[in-house]
Design a protein around this ligand. Structure first.
Ligand code: DX5
Ligand code: ZN
Length: 232
């Protein structure tokens, strides 16, 4: 493992693969099953060729994003939209805790990051499979999260693209060199049988949609992922 100290891993189920007719119930079930964050995939049929949900759904779900003891579970909004800023602000108002966007979808990346942070949210940058990490040279000190796409954004249930592992290693080096507390999240094709390898490359936060919501027992999948992570 490339990290010096053992990381606190986070599992972030993507509700993209949940039953949309029962979203509140699905949120409560997956939190009860051990979800650390809720990953919220926002698609606009422009930046990506698919359309999901907007800030109204986020604010409707916000009251359900808590554990049985009342502890809030962070809502991790992944914006696959262009332009970025107005929807980012709307999601901040709708209860998002973290908001990430694709730098190639914003004309002014630094400004978009500051706009998210000025709303009291944590800000993240997302990198598509063929995107370079260079922009981090200029903004790593301003962000709280790096999200590496291990599929092309737009759909759940795709296969993990192996070159993401090299990119995770590179992102981990940049985070360690920055000395900052920045989460390294990976999104796409994460399953029980590859999560340990992704962690070994340096990731500490794992989005999983179909792997969790595609199985009847969410708790068993999340527990299996934690067991796999504990062995890294
Ligand atoms: C893809 C989304 C992912 C997706 C992951 O555009 O960003 O979050 O839901 O789904 P799985 O885990 O099924 O690959
Ligand atoms: Zn996502």
């Amino acid at each position: 493992m490339s990290q010096n100290k053992s990381p606190v891993y986070r599992i972030a189920p993507s509700i993209l693969s949940a039953d949309f007719a029962r979203l509140g119930e699905e949120l409560r079930s997956v939190i009860e099953a051990g979800a650390d964050w809720i990953h919220f995939d926002v698609m606009d049929n422009h930046y990506v060729p698919n359309l999901t949900f907007g800030p109204m759904i986020c604010s409707a779900l916000k009251p359900h994003a808590k554990k049985a003891d009342g502890t809030a579970v962070p809502i991790d909004v992944h914006l696959m939209v262009q332009p970025v800023d107005s929807l980012a602000a709307a999601f901040a108002d709708a209860g998002a805790d973290l908001i990430s966007f694709h730098p190639d979808a914003s004309g002014h990346v630094h400004r978009s990051v500051q706009a998210i942070k000025s709303k009291g949210c944590k800000a993240g940058l997302v990198f598509n499979p063929a995107a370079a990490l260079d922009v981090l040279d200029w903004v790593i000190d301003d962000i709280d999260l790096i999200l590496i796409m291990s599929v092309n954004p737009g759909f759940g249930g795709q296969s993990f693209i192996d070159s993401a592992l090299r990119k995770i290693e590179q992102a981990r080096k940049r985070i360690d060199a920055s000395g900052k507390d920045i989460r390294l999240e990976v999104d796409g094709g994460i399953k029980l049988d590859n999560i340990a390898q992704v962690a070994a490359a340096g990731a500490d936060t794992f989005v999983a949609g179909s792997a969790i919501f595609g199985k009847p027992d969410y708790r068993a999948v999340i527990a299996g992922m934690r067991t796999a992570l504990a062995a890294t």
